[in-house]
Design a protein. Structure first.
Length: 213
């Protein structure tokens, strides 16, 4: 889900299925955010401007663009759905769209958050037949790119792992987006904290079968 006003994703939900394909290099945008009549497949900025005949103003109004992430200080492009959690090249390429990216504190992106993505997820999913993950960003009060792109105040992630019909487990984390610290939480604790941060009566990230403790 994408927040066009803040030009950042709200959350990304996916099945954890890491593979060994190489990391993609090219960043894409989403033509249908410019106009619903345009192609549903993501494309390069150049292709949207040339083949889709969109104007640069229309593209910039609809979503973040590469220029927004240039010359940042202490922040860089942070995936919600990480390419390393995807099985093959096509799936990894699908994560390289700027609608899957937030301005993330650089030390967090390359430090504790990366450790969670690469090590904790691998460890916690041992014995799981299937693991469902959801990763999100809480909008903050600051922006990059001259006020165009919101800088999230918090990043969070949760997972629900199916072992068999009688065994399901879950885990969750949350991080302030200005420190290299990941806080481990139960799923229930994360849902309570997110309800406060988003100012909602309640939040349910997974089916009730997934344990909250």
């Amino acid at each position: 889900m994408y927040d066009k006003a803040n030009r950042i994703p709200v959350y990304s939900a996916y099945i954890y299925n890491p593979g060994t394909a190489k990391r993609p290099q090219n960043w894409m945008v989403e033509p249908q955010l410019v106009d619903l009549c345009l192609q549903p497949e993501m494309a390069s900025e150049g292709a949207v401007l040339q083949r889709c005949r969109a104007t640069e103003t229309e593209l910039r109004e609809s979503q973040a663009v590469l220029q927004d992430y240039k010359n940042l200080t202490n922040y860089n492009r942070g995936h919600l759905n990480p390419n390393s959690h995807q099985p093959d090249l096509d799936a990894k390429k699908s994560t390289f769209t700027l609608t899957n990216i937030v301005p993330q504190y650089t030390k967090l992106n390359g430090g504790s958050w990366n450790n969670y993505e690469q090590q904790t997820m691998q460890s916690n999913t041992q014995g799981c037949k299937e693991t469902f993950a959801v990763v999100g960003a809480v909008p903050g009060n600051n922006y990059i790119a001259g006020g165009r792109v919101n800088k999230p105040s918090y990043l969070w992630s949760a997972a629900c792992c199916y072992i068999d019909n009688n065994h399901i487990r879950s885990w969750a984390i949350i991080s302030r987006n200005d420190k290299d610290v990941v806080e481990d939480l139960t799923l229930g604790q994360l849902e309570e904290e997110l309800a406060e941060l988003y100012q909602l009566n309640g939040i349910s990230l997974f089916h009730s079968d997934c344990p909250r403790e």
